[in-house]
Design a protein around this ligand. Structure first.
Ligand code: FAD
Length: 365
């Protein structure tokens, strides 16, 4: 963990604001992080990975997230792709694909479509068999990291069930078009992906396909939710660092800002937000590492808590820095924009609430 965290610190450092303004991450940085196994830290050494626990992988994700949410977003997508291969792929697919994902190739995961956002049962992309090939047709939207990815894992309808198909971005019929001007995570390479009768070998279908859609979706999203949750803890840490430095140094009305009680209250609230988010993440990661049956709910809870705390905490940090945080190119302005999007991805706030209410109705009575 320490070496991986040091590499992230070294490669990302203070560069995130420049990348955010440019809307682009340097590809060599992503490839170096990928080749060091950092982008999917939980993949085991037998596949060239770091073999981190969820708890250590989460801490690494938070460190990346505290520096740059765009890098962390790529980490989330790539890690989700690796997790899907581990959970849904057969042994040969794992042996073929996981070493690629720990050696610098980049991957993204495509669920969402123009008419299938929160309701993924409406997915219309479909895979059809054609001898020893399959043909994939459909349209995906907002695929994080698709702009950088070599491989796109596409969730498609497979008869009455679902399949995840590993599609090389270079395959004929794959069209990737960047989402212009996202509000946040501006350098994360979000893109729409159109699949025009894309032909790939049948062994590109993870586990042969024919899996229930809820299984496919829950598998990938649970990893994604954990990763986003830890990323939110990272956003809060960055805000806390920036805000505490500012209120100690800036003076108004003859004393440092922190000596005004209403300012101190905001600092306390920001600290609480970071602690609450981190504790929810730690709880979920411990359940993950224990293979506990309630891990799906723990991941939803961590994501919901993390995103809500990060969105509120980042807004508060902008308030504390006031004019100094009101400009793009500052840590808190970037955090404010990035955090808002965390309330939308991997299940919106409302979808999380629906899932948590369902859990409460079955478990708390
Ligand atoms: P909609 O589903 O249309 O929802 C609109 C509003 O209605 C929301 O507030 C929602 O909460 C609410 N709503 C919907 N249904 C209900 C309900 N039953 N009860 C209460 N409220 C409801 N997709 C991918 O496949 N791969 C990615 O890598 C990816 N990355 C993303 C990154 C970012 C930054 C963003 C913004 C999106 C990304 N997405 C990705 C898409 C994301 O998963 C969807 O945006 C998300 O699921 C919401 O879908 P939607 O935008 O279509 O909103």
């Amino acid at each position: 963990l320490a070496a991986a965290a040091a590499l992230v610190e070294d490669l990302v450092g203070e560069r995130a604001d420049g990348w955010d303004l440019a809307g682009e991450l340097p590809e060599p940085v992503l490839r170096e992080l990928g080749a060091a196994g950092v982008l999917c830290g939980q993949v085991g050494p037998e596949h060239g990975g770091l073999g981190l626990s969820s708890l250590d992988g989460g801490e690494l994700t938070a460190r990346a997230g505290s520096l740059c949410s765009s890098v962390r977003s790529v980490m989330t997508s790539h890690g989700m792709a690796a997790w899907a291969v581990r959970r849904l792929g057969d042994r040969d697919q794992q042996r073929a694909l996981l070493p690629l994902l720990t050696s610098g190739r980049l991957a993204a995961v495509a669920f969402s479509e123009p008419d299938a956002g929160s309701d993924l049962s409406a997915i219309g992309a479909r895979v059809e068999r054609a001898g020893d090939e399959v043909v994939l047709t459909g349209e995906k939207v907002w695929v994080t990291a698709a702009h950088y990815a070599d491989l796109i894992l596409v969730v498609a309808r497979d008869g009455d069930d679902a399949a995840v198909v590993v599609v090389p971005r270079s395959a004929p019929g794959v069209h990737v078009e960047r989402v212009p001007n996202p509000v946040g995570c501006r350098a994360a390479g979000h893109a729409g992906v159109r699949l025009d009768a894309v032909r790939v070998p049948a062994d590109a279908v993870l586990g042969g396909g024919g899996q229930p859609l809820p299984l496919v979706v829950t598998t990938a999203l649970s990893y994604g939710r954990m990763s986003v949750a830890w990323g939110c803890a990272g956003i809060l840490r960055a805000c806390l660092r920036a805000a505490t430095a500012h209120v100690a140094e800036r003076r108004q009305f003859g004393r440092p800002l922190i000596d005004h009680q209403l300012v101190a209250r905001r600092v306390a609230e920001l600290y609480v937000a970071e602690q609450v988010a981190t504790r929810a993440c730690e709880h979920a990661s411990r359940r993950w590492d224990a293979g506990a049956p309630d891990v799906v709910t723990a991941a939803v809870l961590a994501k919901h808590v993390g995103a809500g705390q990060a969105a509120a905490g980042a807004a508060s940090a902008v308030q504390l820095l006031a004019s100094r945080g009101s400009q793009d190119g500052t840590v808190v302005a970037r955090a404010y924009r990035d955090a808002k999007l965390m309330e939308i991805i991997e299940g919106t706030t409302e979808v999380c609430q629906v899932l948590l209410a369902q859990h409460a109705m079955t478990s708390a009575r």
